[in-house]
Design a protein around this ligand. Structure first.
Ligand SMILES: Cc1ncc(COP(=O)(O)O)c(C=O)c1O
Length: 384
């Protein structure tokens, strides 16, 4: 079979399964699908702060011109890393070009032959990319299931006596929106000498002091080997950082290949990230507003009639979901809501397991009660 025939066959398979991915132009409607939880990406006031600070740079560069180890380093990047280490209460922080790259780089650099990676079955693709690049053994544990994790940690005591055991979780799960049972996972890792790697992508900016995430808010952050925070979601910018002990960061500078061999983030992005955290410190009411919106949504969906096979998932995070089994049905729900001016994303198999297809509803500090009422009415009409 030629490569062209193979490509065609794979695309046809996707089409037949109803899950062919394709790019769509912007649609008008209420935003229930972006990760811009606090509205930072669209804030004219924050944009003005960023523009002012960028204009005040003595010699800004449009592009970083190289990787950090060559021409791409700057005092701006190093100052931002110090600021991030302070915010996230770690010894040191290292910037990466995106959360995807940070997760992939971290696991690929740390985990080696003879090691074992125990990962929550629902972790993000970028964390999986990391273990795919490493020669370590890997095993999923049932989502948030402490008994299953403990069983696997116990087994690892016999099977991986000479290697390191890593446990990989997210603090807020990107598809279900629920929180990891983090304090208990930390306790298990301590009991079995395992190293915890935690992805705080969806908690950065909205949980903890100054948005410093769930591990910090629970006071367990120093028990994590590494924490990943991303800036493309609530922070409204782009990029990510890994926080940990100085020795870990020194190791990543030496062994994290995407850090070593890729052009660094541009100055404008560095200024945007730093400014967004200052803006957040000045506007704590936005986080309160987000909590109010989440509470209003929970009230609005209470008593909503849904067929027996459809499941409502309500969370304290901004990510809510309605599990609607079947790609076609889930897409039909999203299309019907879009027709009513409410934009929410269908998450289809194979991104999630077949039968667990869901409408992912992201809530934001800027969503109005009227928008939420329209969303809930449109859901009710679809299932009536
Ligand atoms: C849990 C999680 N981690 C990491 C990432 C990747 O972050 P980024 O978009 O900055 O590449 C995402 C992106 O959606 C995510 O949901």
């Amino acid at each position: 079979m030629s490569i062209h025939e193979r490509i065609k066959e794979q695309l046809n398979k996707r089409m037949q399964a109803g899950n062919l991915r394709c790019l769509k132009a912007e649609q008008a409607g209420a935003d229930f699908f972006s990760n811009d939880y606090l509205g930072f990406a669209r804030s004219a006031e924050l944009a003005a702060w960023v523009a002012q600070r960028y204009a005040a740079l003595p010699s800004p560069r449009l592009g970083a011109t190289g990787s950090r180890l060559l021409s791409g380093n700057s005092s701006l990047a190093m100052q931002l890393e110090q600021k991030l280490a302070q915010i996230f209460d770690g010894q040191a922080a290292l910037l990466f070009n995106s959360g995807y790259v940070a997760n992939m780089a971290l696991i690929a650099a740390l985990a080696q032959k003879g090691d074992l990676i125990l990962y929550d079955e629902l972790i993000h693709a970028s964390l999986r990319e990391g273990y795919r690049l490493s020669l370590a053994d890997r095993k999923p544990f049932l989502h948030n299931n402490l008994a299953d994790l403990e069983r696997k940690l116990q087994t690892a005591c016999h099977t991986h006596t000479n290697g390191c055991v890593f446990v990989v979780t997210e603090s807020v799960y990107s598809m279900d929106g629920d929180n990891a049972v983090l304090a208990d996972i930390v306790a298990l890792c301590q009991a079995y000498n395992a190293y915890l790697l935690i992805d705080e992508a969806h908690s950065t900016g909205i949980f903890g002091n100054l948005g410093n995430g769930i591990a910090c808010s629970l006071g367990v952050h120093r028990h994590c080997l590494a924490r990943v925070y991303t800036f493309g979601k609530a922070i409204g910018a782009h990029g990510a950082c890994i926080v940990g002990e100085q020795q870990l960061i020194d190791y990543l500078v030496n062994f994290a290949r995407p850090f070593i061999f890729s052009t660094a983030l541009p100055d404008h992005t560095l200024v945007s990230i730093a400014t967004a955290f200052d803006y957040l410190a000045q506007h704590p009411e936005l986080v309160d507003k987000l909590r109010e919106v989440v509470a209003y949504y929970h009230e609005a969906v209470t008593g909503l009639y849904l067929p027996a096979d459809v499941q409502l998932i309500c969370n304290q995070s901004p990510i809510q979901a309605i599990v609607v089994p079947g790609n076609a049905r889930c897409k039909a729900l999203a299309a019907s809501l879009a027709g009513a001016g409410c934009l929410a994303m269908p998450i289809l198999a194979p991104t999630v397991a077949a039968g667990a297809e869901r409408l992912r509803i992201c809530l934001h500090a800027f969503n109005t009660k009227l928008e939420i009422d329209s969303l809930v009415q449109a859901i009710a009409r679809f299932f009536s």
